[in-house]
Design a protein around this ligand. Sequence first.
Ligand code: ADP
Ligand code: ADP
Length: 226
Amino acid sequence: MANVTLRNVRKTYPGGFEAIKGVNVDVGDGQFCVLVGPSGCGKSTLLRMVAGLETVTGGEIDIGGKVVNQIEPADRDIAMVFQNYALYPHMSVFNNMAYGLRNRGMKEDEVKTRVEEAARVLELAPMLERKPRQLSGGQRQRVAMGRAIVRQPKVFLFDEPLSNLDAKLRIAMRVEIRKLQRRLNTTSIYVTHDQLEAMTLADVLVVMNGGQVEQVGNPLAIYEKP
Ligand code: ADP
Ligand code: ADP
């Protein structure tokens, strides 16, 4: 586990657009932090900076006591779940989940142990030999989560992972993610524009607008206010 601390983080895109204007957020060990706010407010820019997919132009990002501004993505021990799943269509579910581990040279018996454990947790065990096209949308999204889980990262990052699912599935997956968080207790940052999703999932809710944090706190306390 690890805390994630953002200190006065800024992002100015080449061309001069200031997308993030000095953001301070502290996500404690094992906490589930949700960044919520309207489209264009900077959620995904912020998440991508934590992931190391986007340069930081001001301030500091600290993961587990280490300032990571300058560190390569491969060294920061995070795993990200994307909106579009990013599964390999020609590979089985098992191989999709195993791919990143094998790339790192992990021994095959450890790969198998990790993939089977993740499949059990995600209720994908009977589907390990299928191809992504033989799965439902919700199952594909669970494979995408499985790929992150097998890495056993210190931090999970979620970029609108449910936005491609229909309303019913979204509700079901929301509950599953919450259960998974209770079980794995991994520090998480989750981006969504859906307030209900944010309310259900967050230990800490960060409400963003125009590249700044408007409110931070417990979701009930925030939404109770008139
Ligand atoms: P959100 O995830 O909340 O929808 P984004 O972080 O994607 O917001 O975008 C924040 C702002 O930064 C938007 O105004 C967007 O147009 C702008 N932006 C995003 N990526 C780039 C980029 N590569 N170059 C310039 N501006 C960008
Ligand atoms: P590939 O990207 O070809 O699937 P790897 O899984 O070994 O191969 O990852 C290559 C790079 O992508 C590394 O820098 C790794 O940290 C990063 N990466 C891979 N999967 C994820 C993920 N789920 N979340 C964040 N970074 C990832």
